[in-house]
Design a protein around this ligand. Structure first.
Ligand SMILES: *[C@@H]1O[C@H](CO)[C@@H](O)[C@H](O)[C@H]1NC(C)=O
Ligand SMILES: *[C@@H]1O[C@H](CO)[C@@H](O)[C@H](O)[C@H]1NC(C)=O
Length: 515
């Protein structure tokens, strides 16, 4: 009778929140008993049959074994301890990419010391072990008896970092990735270069960083980037780099002759240079070589090409460019932008890479390849997304999720209450083109000192919206779980900020000593 009652409560939904403080909440969870087994910290191990040597699996297993070492053994329960998680993977060869199967089942059986975790791919194991970690009660050292079947609602669950306005050291980026994986994000959108600085060190064009970075201590060399990609892979996170053009390129112009449009006094930030000059043929060769390097470095199969906020006044002020347009039969600056984008997309298309662009490319009616993903970031996002999916393009949402705009104090609730599929007039088939969303942490006022506390756990509200069932919308339920989630982050050396007026963590954030 007790069993039945509990499982009823759970499927009903909100009454369960004291029992399973998991963020994002799993798709299906069923309490199978009220028994709680303690973790036997000293004996605990995670086992797998043949995957011990695999890089992702071995690093994930040792990570989670290490996390539990910090805790003390719980009281012996009459029913015995949990001593082992046994992991199985149906398809160990599946490579990390956006859309790889992340599903898993987790079974904590009241009658057995062995927890069973089964996943289709290695990345489902990464997700499932995180759920296992969150089910652990730090205070009393026990696990609930539960059966979980879980998978993401959306295939693209991204987070943007910006390393042009302020540099982020590699170990900070790794901590961000750790926190993102705790919330089951799967894409790190790395807005790596922009107007203020060009920290990407390109072996093909070293002058870009030599002249365009703040200094040579604030650059990412190939080895740094490979380290980030590898770390992200171990956490089931795809790194998508952004090389935003033709605007937002002031820092590029320092290392490349004739690259930007010259327009004395009316350029970016009132300076003498504006967007890339689309009339200079050599610029397309630069872009081809640079993007070939970038797409071979980042294995994601995706690149973000930017395309936002292209001002026309600089182009209009350059008489040579205007004369060239006449000769080419290019009627206006919208068409000039279109000319540039078509050539750029053609280059990237030949690199066998898929791409994401900011919504202006769509709004300005530029010619785009059918597999383009449109990234919506402006106001009136429902209307824009409605048009994008009607036109048959895939789309991701960021407009309501600019986490760099902070406020007092519980803005996570507004992020949580967004429903990406609430697009008036869209058909079910069109809604399939909404593949997810992305929380953004632009870098105007963010660097290593504050990115972690500003991101976590606020980003986790977006993560739950993108992973969990659309029916999971109760703010009070989320608040309870999010508070526990934050403590789990603190116990893993992430300085996640508080979200409720009065609370404490059983294991407080212990400073930066463990980094
Ligand atoms: C964890 O255990 C403590 C002590 O038994 C209990 O008070 C608390 O509610 C539990 N927390 C969760 C999230 O179950
Ligand atoms: C792109 O894919 C095609 C067909 O698979 C292949 O022939 C070509 O070499 C690839 N190009 C690059 C740059 O990888």
């Amino acid at each position: 009778m007790m069993f039945l009652l509990l499982s009823l409560l759970l499927t009903v939904g909100e009454a369960n929140f004291n029992i399973l403080p998991v963020v994002p909440f799993p798709q299906e969870a069923e309490m199978i008993s009220t028994v709680r087994r303690s973790l036997h910290v000293e004996e605990f191990k995670i086992t797998t049959d043949k995957l011990r040597e695999d890089k992702v699996i071995s690093s994930t297993i040792s990570r989670y074994e290490r996390y539990f070492e910090r805790f003390e053994r719980g009281p012996a329960s009459p029913d015995g301890y949990v001593t082992e998680v046994s992991v199985t993977v149906a398809d160990p060869t599946a490579q990390l990419k956006i859309g790889v199967d992340e599903s898993y089942t987790l079974n904590i059986n009241p009658l057995s010391p062995v927890v069973k975790l089964a996943a289709k791919t290695r990345f489902g194991v990464v997700r499932g072990l995180e759920t296992f970690y969150q089910l652990y009660n730090i205070t009393d050292g026990t696990f609930p008896s539960v059966k979980i079947k879980d998978y993401p609602r959306f295939t693209y669950r991204g987070f943007l970092i910006d390393t042009s306005r302020h540099f982020l050291p590699v170990d900070t980026i790794e901590k961000v990735i750790t926190g993102l994986a705790m919330s089951k994000f799967n894409v790190l959108h790395w807005h790596i270069v922009d107007d203020p600085s060009f920290p990407y060190y390109s072996p093909t064009f070293p002058s870009l960083a030599e002249k365009g970075a703040y200094d040579m201590n604030h650059v990412y060399r190939i080895s740094d980037i490979l380290q980030v990609i590898s770390y992200a892979e171990d956490h089931g996170i795809v790194v998508v780099p952004e090389f935003d053009t033709p605007g937002h390129t002031l820092s590029w112009g320092k290392g490349l002759e004739n690259f930007l449009t010259h327009c004395p006094g009316v350029g970016t930030f009132g300076g003498d240079y504006g967007p890339i000059n689309p009339s200079v043929e050599a610029n397309y060769q630069v872009l081809q070589k640079l993007l070939a390097e970038v797409t071979s470095l980042f294995p994601s199969g995706f690149i973000h090409l930017g395309g936002d906020e292209v001002p026309f006044n600089c182009w209009a002020a350059n008489q040579e460019l205007v004369a060239w347009m006449k000769k080419q039969g290019i009627q206006n600056f919208n068409d000039l932008e279109s000319y540039y984008e078509e050539r750029l997309l053609d280059i990237v298309h030949h690199l066998n890479t898929s791409y994401v662009v900011w919504e202006e490319i769509f709004n300005n009616n530029l010619q785009i390849q059918p597999d383009t993903i449109i990234h919506v970031w402006k106001d009136k996002w429902q209307a824009t997304m409605g048009k994008v999916i009607k036109a048959g393009y895939k789309t991701i949402l960021s407009s309501p999720w600019y986490l760099n705009y902070i406020s007092f104090s519980r803005d996570w609730k507004t992020y949580y209450q967004v429903e990406p599929l609430k697009i008036p007039g869209a058909t079910a088939e069109e809604l399939n083109l909404v593949i997810g969303g992305e929380a953004c942490m632009w870098g105007e006022y963010v660097d290593a000192t504050n990115i972690l506390s500003r991101t976590f756990p606020r980003a986790s509200a977006v993560a739950e919206r993108l992973w969990s069932s659309e029916k999971r919308t109760n703010v009070a339920d989320m608040e309870f779980r999010l508070d526990k989630h934050r403590c789990g982050m603190c116990a893993r050396d992430i300085p996640a900020e508080t979200i409720i007026l009065r609370s404490y963590c059983p294991v407080e954030f212990s400073g930066y000593d463990h980094w």
